[in-house]
Ligand binder design. Structure first.
Ligand code: PLP
Length: 398
């Protein structure tokens, strides 16, 4: 009998990774003051955090976290269905459901888990998950976990989704899309997809991790901004780890769908509930996100300033309707060299490479926050111009 050796597998994978210069490295943050980060001893201005509204370190939000931790402890002690479901979790579910106009919501410890849960609880073998080619990895993994077949359509191509639905007439179907695409910053054609899903008797699911808090009235996200709701989008996933500055995610739907998830979703049932303090913090963050529209306005003013500066300097930029601006680099080498050159000037922008994005589409992914000032944006523009010239004249990452 000859089993494959894991040691050999590890070294083959490592070799392939190193040949392609795809090894990734974690950076250690030891201090943070808004978008000013202390990273491995250096002070960097951060343009890669998803804390778009600047709520992660907000005084009122962190006070709520501290108070709840003092009252209820640092951990929930059990899963939601045993004894880990606290009043803070329950209130957060009701408040988010009310905000987005859905009858019911279920809280998860992360968006990744929420997406796994939706697919696993509703789909199985013989069913089909129809997805945008650039959907988040958790949605792809979810279809696999469910045992459903995964069919992808070209990016933001609603006609493509329709073709996939027509070509797969058997079994239950879900049409699944990011609301705002995490690496592109563009918005899904949710109205067209909703219509197509309805005509084809498929369930439409929107994962609005990057839209909620940012788009639409009160920051209610991509679905609300398109004038849609429960009727057109029976299941919506929103996360708390981005614009809301916390952690966790909610799935929104009608009572029956949410109850089905609660009873059947293994990624819900077999995991410890998030800390009630975390839910308490998110409740306060939600109030601020709703009320303080200047935060959203500031993000979009920053986006406009950045785009104007870069387009004026001859950068080619894809459109963005969100807090995410991608700057195409083409090769992995250029993306890495640009990122290193920016860091040398005190600016932190991460290079995003395959397999996170398709081959030959390495880029810098810039994220904007309400905490960035005009001067911060101007520094970023100047540093990008300098880096482009430096990389062009042979600057390379070490
Ligand atoms: C970040 C993200 C997730 C995962 O959410 P976490 O709470 O970080 O696990 C899911 N979907 C999309 C589109 C995301 O950007």
């Amino acid at each position: 009998m000859s089993r494959p050796s894991l040691t050999e597998r590890i070294s083959l994978t490592k070799k392939a990774r190193e040949e392609k210069q795809r090894a990734r490295r974690r950076r250690v943050v030891s201090k943070r003051d808004g978008m000013r980060y202390e990273v491995d001893g250096e002070s960097l201005l951060c343009f890669c955090s998803n804390d778009y509204l600047g709520l992660a370190q907000h005084f009122t939000v962190s006070s709520a976290f501290q108070d709840a931790a003092a009252r209820l402890g640092t951990g929930s002690g059990a899963s939601h269905l045993v004894c880990g479901h606290f009043s803070e979790h329950d209130a957060l579910e009701r408040e988010v459901a009310e905000w987005l106009g859905y009858p019911s919501a279920l809280l998860f410890s992360s968006g990744y888990q929420a997406n796994l849960a939706v697919a696993q609880a509703f789909l199985g073998e013989g069913d089909v998950s129809i997805q945008d080619r650039l959907n988040h990895a958790s949605l792809i993994d979810a279809a696999r976990l469910a045992g459903a077949s995964l069919r992808r359509y070209p990016h933001v191509d609603a006609e493509g989704a329709l073709r996939q639905l027509r070509g797969n007439p058997e079994g239950a179907a879900m049409v699944v899309t990011d609301g705002v695409f995490s690496m592109e910053g563009d918005v899904a054609p949710v109205r067209a997809l909703a219509l197509i899903a309805r005509v084809q008797h498929a369930t439409f699911v929107v994962d609005d991790a990057h839209g909620v808090g940012i788009l639409g009235t009160d920051g209610r996200g991509t679905v609300a901004a398109a004038g849609l709701g429960l009727n057109e989008v029976p299941l919506q996933v929103v996360t708390l780890g981005k614009a809301l500055g916390g952690e966790g995610a909610l799935v929104l739907g009608d009572q029956a769908h949410i109850e089905h998830l609660k009873q059947n979703a293994r990624p819900y049932i077999y995991t410890t509930a998030s800390a009630p303090a975390s839910a308490a913090a998110s409740r306060v963050a939600l109030q601020l996100a709703r009320r303080e529209s200047w935060r959203r306005e500031r993000v979009f003013a920053n986006l406009a300033r950045l785009r104007q500066g870069l387009l004026g300097a001859g950068f080619e930029l894809p459109g963005s309707d969100s807090a995410i601006q991608s700057i195409p680099c083409g090769s992995d080498e250029i993306a890495l060299a640009m990122s290193a050159a920016l860091e040398a000037q005190g600016i932190w922008v991460s290079a995003i490479r395959p397999p996170t994005v398709p081959e030959n589409s390495a880029r810098l992914r810039v994220t904007l926050s309400a905490l960035h000032s005009d001067a911060d944006i101007d520094s970023l523009i100047a540093a990008l111009r300098w880096s482009r010239d430096a990389v062009g004249t042979g600057y390379r990452a070490e």
